[in-house]
Design a protein around this ligand. Structure first.
Ligand code: PBG
Length: 326
């Protein structure tokens, strides 16, 4: 007697109380990380046309932002620099008094308990817009990039970042950063590696927000081919071996199978990055009245959790946290 009419699945769907009791995937503000774009100046806020509701802000305002993230119960912040000065090697990214270090200090001062993560990559700081330094051929020089990434991570760790998050996709960068941090006595700074980061069209709005579009060529020579799932498992395994404390799959929505596969194979905390394009598509559809923005947002975030992500990096973090608080 295992089927209908004895079994009726609908019994457990009859009211919100019972649905809530048997719900499998839960979403809590503690699992949401908010990315911030840091610009030069003081008291500056700048809207981002392609990401309605998201602003770039100057480092001094990151304290305020951290306090508000803390009061919403968010899991943390992820900082990106949007500097005026750029050069061939991205040196403004290594400046101990640069945009991100200043933002880290402001955030940690305002909300010491709130985890602060900092994105480590050259592309926001290079005049050519690539994630590493370039060979004369225009190709990225993997090995020459590693010490620069380690120096950037060191500047962020010294400023007080709890977590550094390399997003460049150079081979060997996690090991280089771990070594750099440990040699400087910063063995407590954690590494969140963008382990499976795909060469995705869904980063479009971010490239406006961070002004880091490559001047020539694309990122397919270092970011992963969207067709590859097994390769993601190799990337994650390598990064864990090199010392990653947490790993990330990015983007999220078109890669939920990868999130699931990584979850099943590895035991380190897994984050998924709900990227700018995923945010903007939903906001645009909602603004046109084509979709219920709030419900779609929660459904999307819940789906990423159900696929197996422990936490989600998302521009929706404050909006979702407010809704979840009821
Ligand atoms: C930079 C970086 C990118 C994102 C995070 N770090 C852009 C890129 O690789 O081109 C994308 C985030 C988003 O789209 O929300 N290395």
């Amino acid at each position: 007697m295992t089927g209908f009419p004895v079994v009726r699945s609908r019994r457990l769907r009859r009211g919100e109380g019972i649905r809530r009791l048997v719900r499998e995937a839960r979403l809590s503000p503690a699992q949401l990380v908010l990315p911030l774009f840091v610009i030069p100046g003081k008291g500056q806020r700048q809207p981002i046309a392609s990401m309605p509701g998201v602003e770039r802000l100057s480092a001094d305002l990151c304290g305020e932002e951290a306090r508000s993230a803390k009061s919403l119960g968010l899991g943390g912040l992820l900082l990106f620099g949007v500097p005026d000065e750029k050069d061939a090697t991205g040196s403004s990214g290594r400046d101990p008094d640069g945009l991100v270090p200043r933002a880290i200090r402001a955030a940690k001062e305002a909300a010491p308990e709130l985890p602060v993560m900092a994105d480590v990559c050259l592309c926001d700081y290079t005049d050519h817009g690539h994630c590493g330094v370039l060979l004369p051929s225009g190709e990225v020089d993997n090995d020459a990039t590693l010490p620069l990434l380690a120096d950037q991570a060191l500047a962020y760790a010294r400023a007080g970042a709890d977590v550094v998050a390399p997003s460049d996709m150079m081979d060997g960068r996690v090991a280089a950063i771990r070594r750099g941090l440990d040699e400087a006595g910063l063995s407590d700074t954690a590494i969140l590696s963008y382990a499976a980061k795909y060469a995705s069209a869904f980063y479009g709005p971010f490239r406006e927000a961070a002004n880091n579009r490559p001047r020539q060529g694309d990122r397919k020579g270092y970011q992963m081919d969207p067709a590859n799932g097994r390769e993601a498992l190799r990337e994650v395994a390598l990064d864990i071996e090199e010392g990653a404390d947490m790993v990330m799959v990015k983007p999220a929505m078109a890669y939920l199978d990868v999130v699931r596969a990584v979850r099943e194979r590895f035991d380190v905390p897994l984050l998924a990055y709900n990227v700018s394009g995923e945010y903007s598509m939903l906001e645009a559809a909602a603004a046109n009245g084509w979709i219920d923005g709030q419900r779609a947002m929660l459904e999307m975030l819940t789906g990423i959790r159900r696929a197996g992500a422990d936490a989600i990096i998302t521009y929706f973090a404050p909006k979702a946290a407010r809704l979840l608080a009821g």
